[in-house]
Design a protein around this ligand. Structure first.
Ligand code: NAD
Ligand code: 6OH
Length: 472
């Protein structure tokens, strides 16, 4: 099978081309789907749960055995700091496989003993069946972490998959194919097609008649396009989408902990995490002090080469994305923002000047109605506003069409608990951010998603219950 078109994979830290990538046309996507369908009927479809779990654990071992390769590939594709890829992305890829190997091994069956009208009984029990061929479409910000977050439960449930990684970050999904093969995952179970969304591999995959379900992480607008594409064939979807996440800092918060936590929540991965905080609400008595402290901490983040072990902030993913972030910086100024730090492009005096860097940026002074307070920017940018009452903070935090995540900073746990329950989001952190337990429900409310993954929620999405009723 050959591809006639290729596209360039660019290193965002210096603009150099890392690789030419083969773009899958419609016939190649079809071949991948047919391979996946065929593999359902082969050895993979006959494995016991225990055997499948054992192979997933081998995949985890295989990722760890090639840890440095995964880190290097992820860093080159995304420009994320090597320290971050080593501490977050690649370990989580291995952990995702182990977690779902454990979860599927421990999963029970739903069962009911049913009384029948004639005084006898019946036994109902639901077995899990794979959905079949699952299409997985993922973004560029945490490529291998987000891919494996969907892939591991899909395989644990016995499905086969066709994966469409982001056109910006094709490397680690490709590398994973080698690990799969070495771990004894049969041919055809894990298929990768490269390309773009509309009129390319992404759309061909979502429209394919023989794909049984689509799981997607990316922009809310793309979620809408995929929903239209799957409507005709009524495929189930799981969507993890965008956010405009708020943090609420009460005056009684542990000040230093809150400053460190918000700095991480706003700027990790150069602000390119769906969970990142772009709106910070700080109780009035500590507002000025908090703004100064956050500016001091965040202004001191080390922006530089992703390959330097001490670098804390790399570039944005592409020049196009940088243009989007800078256009929001211009908009925020037009809307009346005070720039506390950043707002521009750093200068290095070396090859990094050809990379897609921006400065960590903090604003104050915007009205809640400003577009830059309402729309997802997905860069190292946050706006800080004061509040006077708990109710005001809750209302402001909830005044968004999105609903992915929130964080609350207070030493009063009664208040933390009370406010957390009023957040219209899928995930609320109290005195922490992005602290993950893979068994918990993960996803968004409103325009931030459809459905939940994580733990049993993933098993429920990636499998179909077949209820068996036996008259006793
Ligand atoms: P994107 O929606 O532009 O692209 C995501 C993927 O979808 C890519 O692989 C792309 O090629 C593909 N795609 C685009 N159009 C398509 C179409 N019409 N049909 C099929 N596939 C299509 O998102 P992005 O720019 O890569 O990622 C950033 C966005 O992802 C942000 O909005 C961010 O908040 C969101 N995100 C959400 C989560 C979450 O868990 N909720 C996690 C990470 C990122
Ligand atoms: C979004 O960019 C981050 C998503 C994180 C997860 O899906 C996860 O499982 O931690």
């Amino acid at each position: 099978m050959s591809c006639t078109r290729t596209f360039a994979d660019v290193n965002p830290a210096n603009g150099t081309v890392i690789a030419q990538v083969a773009e899958a046309d419609e016939s190649l996507v079809d071949a991948a789907v047919q391979a996946a369908r065929k593999a359902l009927r082969g050895e993979w479809g006959r494995l016991t749960v225990r055997e499948r779990a054992a192979r997933l654990r081998k995949v985890a071992d295989g990722i760890e055995a090639r840890f440095d390769c995964f880190v290097t590939a992820e860093v080159a594709d995304t420009g994320k700091p090597i320290a971050l890829a080593s501490r977050l992305d690649v370990p989580r890829a291995a952990a995702n496989f182990r977690a779902f190997a454990d979860l599927i091994s421990a999963a029970g069956l739903e069962a009911f003993q049913t009384e029948t009208p004639d005084g006898q009984s019946a036994l109902n029990y639901a077995v899990r069946k794979p959905l079949g061929v699952v299409g997985i479409i993922v973004p560029w910000n945490l490529p291998v972490l987000l891919l494996t977050w969907k892939l591991a439960p899909a395989l644990a449930c016995g499905n086969t998959v066709v994966v469409k990684p982001s056109e910006e970050t094709p490397a680690t999904a490709t590398l994973l194919a080698e690990v799969m093969q070495q771990a004894g995952i049969p041919d055809g179970v894990y298929n990768v097609v490269h390309g773009f969304g509309p009129n390319s591999a992404g759309e061909f995959l979502t429209q394919h008649e023989d794909v049984n379900a689509v799981t997607f992480t990316g922009e809310s607008q793309t979620g809408g396009a995929i929903m239209k594409a799957v409507a005709a064939s009524l495929k189930p979807v799981s969507f993890e989408l965008g956010g405009k996440n708020a943090a609420i800092v009460f005056a009684d918060a542990d000040f230093d902990e809150a400053v460190a936590g918000i700095s991480e929540a706003a700027f990790l991965n150069t602000g390119q995490v769906c969970l990142c905080t772009e709106r910070v609400y700080v109780e009035s008595p500590i507002f000025d002090r908090f703004v100064d402290a956050l500016a001091g901490k965040s202004g001191g983040l080390r922006v530089g080469s992703p390959m330097e072990k001490t670098t804390e902030l790399g570039p944005l993913i592409s020049s196009q994305h940088r243009e989007k972030v800078l256009s929001y910086n211009r908009l925020a100024r037009e809307e009346g923002a005070t720039v506390v730090i950043g707002g521009g492009v750093p200068e290095f005096g070396n090859s990094l000047d050809r990379g897609f860097y921006v400065q960590p940026t903090i604003y104050t002074g915007l009205p809640e109605s400003a577009r830059s307070v309402k729309e997802e920017i997905f860069g190292p940018v946050c706006h800080i506003a004061p509040f006077d009452t708990e109710e005001e903070a809750i209302n402001k935090a909830n005044d968004t069409k999105y609903g992915l995540a929130a964080s609350i900073w207070t030493t009063n746990l009664k208040r933390g608990h009370r406010v957390a329950q009023q957040m219209n989001v899928g995930i609320t952190w109290v005195n922490c951010w992005f602290l993950r337990d893979l068994r918990t429900p993960f996803g968004g409310a409103g325009r931030s998603g459809i459905g939940r993954e994580g733990g049993v929620h993933s098993l429920n999405f990636y499998s179909e219950p077949n209820n068996i009723c036996i008259r006793l």
